[in-house]
Design a protein around this ligand. Sequence first.
Ligand code: JB2
Length: 214
Amino acid sequence: MTRRIVCIGGGGHAVVVIDTLQAIARAGADVELAGFTDETGAAQPVLGVPCIGTDADLPRLAAAGRLTHFIVAVGSTRADSDLRARLFEAGKAAGLEPFAALHPAAIVAGSATIGVGTVVMAGAVVQPRAVIGRNVIVNTRAAIDHDCRIGDHVHVAPGAVLSGGVRLEDGCHVGTGAVVVQNLRIGRGATVAAGATVIRDVAAGAMVRGTPAR
Ligand code: JB2
């Protein structure tokens, strides 16, 4: 059955999510990108995909069978924001299923586990026995090595590298180009700044930057 997908959000992150879904459709998957929602409900199309309303329209569109699945396509949130988690719950409450989108140009090991609603962007690599939670962003060219465990609503930004066995708890953000060495734990809601090199565990809610990160 055709999956009819809505992106929740229509900004910069949505451009890459929409392109990922279009690549998945070109590769032959039975998916249809029905549109996106934003705060205005009246934005200009993105990559040819129309704005179909606000989040308040989702229950009606789901009930009418026009939508079956959703992806949270808002990427940027402040470290203390739970916006992505709230939008994930809103999509489910509207009666939609979270869709996991793996770009055909991502490499995902057969023994890796990818949670619902998670997006793996072009050029990303997810190695064996990695376990990735729900509503996660594995952004462009991020590398998740073997046996990493990533919680829900996490963002691993472009080019970030997690060595083997790293654990990211729910809601973490690992910034662009950051490196986390093997077997470390990044606590719930913590932020690793772009370009940081993490060589010790990071406490929940903390923000670390620099090399070595502090
Ligand atoms: O509650 C909401 C909501 N709040 C903001 N519901 C819905 N459906 N949409 C919401 N938005 C929408 O998120 C705004 O209307 C806008 O379309 C979008 C935010 O766009 P912006 O480009 O500011 O942020 P982004 O998160 O899409 O992209 C940023 O973060 C990415 C990770 C950019 O910096 C990108 O370059 C970056 N790659």
